[in-house]
Design a protein around this ligand. Structure first.
Ligand SMILES: Cc1cc2nc3c(=O)[nH]c(=O)nc-3n(C[C@H](O)[C@H](O)[C@H](O)COP(=O)(O)O)c2cc1C
Length: 203
């Protein structure tokens, strides 16, 4: 689908018909979305595709009450996590992908980046991860739309270790966003766009 058309046709949809989306489609959506750019190409993401009813219920217990019905009705649920262990991730990338790297690149992932990341303050690391999570989230909802499904982005949940425990995801991954997707009669509405003078300045 052409980009502008894709963007204009994506709206938050908060009611789904309850029919399940095949995991193969969800995996396809994620494979497309991870073409997204990321800082240091670290791709610091981890996705939980919530398949079982039991895990879905445990996750529902972690969302704000107003969001629960979206999770109940969704055809599929993706929880986006960030990898908080960025130095380790960098070295792991070197280990896994080293054979495809130049010696300079290998040195960056093995040594230069981990040293740099170890200097980041907790709040800088947190911002770094949140920004990357936002980028992958946007790519996910566009990929979902392109596959013909509707979606919503949910920040209204308790972003604690309980989510990891409920889904069996290691604690090095931080929960960021829940994405609900599904089939729906609703198309969603174009949102109110703020005026340009609130958004930018030509300097
Ligand atoms: C970061 C973020 C957090 C959001 N959190 C929630 C949420 O917790 N519950 C909800 O119903 N919608 C949530 N939304 C959906 C917004 O309400 C919706 O995207 C917004 O009203 C704009 O509408 P649009 O998506 O149709 O453009 C969230 C959207 C974003 C981008």
């Amino acid at each position: 689908m052409e980009y502008l058309k894709l963007n204009k046709s994506r709206h938050a949809v908060k009611h789904f018909d309850g029919s399940r989306i095949a995991t193969v489609d969800v995996k396809q959506i994620i494979s497309t979305a991870v073409l997204a750019p990321s800082a240091h190409n670290l791709q610091p993401w981890f996705f939980a595709i919530v398949d079982s009813n039991e895990k879905r219920q445990l996750l529902i217990d972690e969302v704000e009450q107003g969001n629960a019905s979206q999770l109940e009705q969704a055809g599929a649920i993706i929880v986006v996590f960030s990898d908080t262990a960025i130095s380790e991730r960098s070295r792991e990338i070197a280990q896994k992908m080293g054979s495809e790297m130049s010696p300079e690149m290998l040195q960056r992932y093995n040594k230069i980046y981990p040293e740099r990341f170890s200097q980041y303050s907790p709040s800088y690391t947190s911002d770094y991860l949140a920004l990357n999570a936002g980028i992958i989230t946007m790519n996910l909802v566009l990929a979902i739309n392109d596959m013909g499904y509707k979606s919503n982005i949910i920040l209204g949940f308790h972003k604690t270790d309980h989510v990891n425990e409920a889904l069996g995801v290691p604690l090095r991954y931080r929960p960021e966003i829940i994405i609900t997707l599904g089939r729906s009669e609703e198309k969603g509405e174009p949102h109110l766009n703020l005026p340009a003078d609130m958004m930018f300045k030509i300097v």
